[in-house]
Design a protein around this ligand. Structure first.
Ligand SMILES: CC(C)(COP(=O)(O)OP(=O)(O)OC[C@H]1O[C@@H](n2cnc3c(N)ncnc32)[C@H](O)[C@@H]1OP(=O)(O)O)[C@@H](O)C(=O)NCCC(=O)NCCS
Length: 165
């Protein structure tokens, strides 16, 4: 997928992992070990996508497909490319991929203090439904769901997000 901002979307692969290590370190207090990415790439029912500008990896995200429910498992954008729509482009692309594979509902966990990510997710129709206490050891996770993503109404939400890119 190409956008007006000259970002492109493609699969995230093992060749990206050295760069991913740097993005993880810059983005998360508990980065995923690269071995976890390698294991995830080998699992069925996973979609991992990267956004790049030219040859620069700007961000990536992944979704796990569990029948009608899909779980957004990670999302990160390099600090210098944040607030330019890269996270939204990743979300549009991951949600589209999940819908094409039969997902009807989406869920995710996000740090209760992570207002930036929560705002992004709310724009995609996610609502907080509860807290998982100490999910991140010292911090609670807000559990969010977006339901009926196969509905015409939700397709309208996605279209608005695509148009805004
Ligand atoms: C969360 C993250 C992925 C957002 O990526 P991004 O490319 O900056 O997101 P976008 O530019 O598409 O922004 C989309 C919306 O997110 C919200 N948002 C993004 N950054 C924000 C910030 N710093 N403060 C408040 N809201 C923010 C806004 O609602 C924004 O829409 P708007 O520009 O119309 O206000 C990015 O900040 C990041 O990688 N953070 C570190 C890792 C992380 O927290 N990942 C999520 C784990 S659950």
């Amino acid at each position: 997928m190409e956008t007006g901002l000259s970002f492109t979307v493609r699969p995230l692969t093992a060749d990206d992992l050295q760069t991913v290590a740097g993005v993880e370190a810059a983005s998360f207090t508990e980065p995923w070990p690269l071995e976890l990415f390698r294991k995830e790439f080998a699992e069925p029912g996973r979609v991992y996508l990267a956004v790049e500008r030219g040859k620069t990896l700007c961000g990536y995200g992944g979704v796990m497909l569990l029948g009608e429910d899909a779980h957004i498992v990670t999302l990160a954008v390099i600090p210098e490319e944040r607030q330019k729509g890269v996270g939204s482009l990743l979300m549009v692309s991951l949600i589209q991929a999940a819908k094409e594979r039969g997902a009807r509902n989406l869920t995710l966990e996000v740090r209760s203090s992570n207002q930036a990510a929560q705002r992004l997710y709310r724009k995609f129709g996610f609502e907080g439904v509860g807290l998982r206490r100490d999910y991140y050891r010292t911090e609670d996770a807000l559990v969010m769901w977006a339901i009926d993503i196969d509905s015409a109404g939700y397709e309208g939400t996605l279209d608005e997000m695509r148009t805004a890119l």
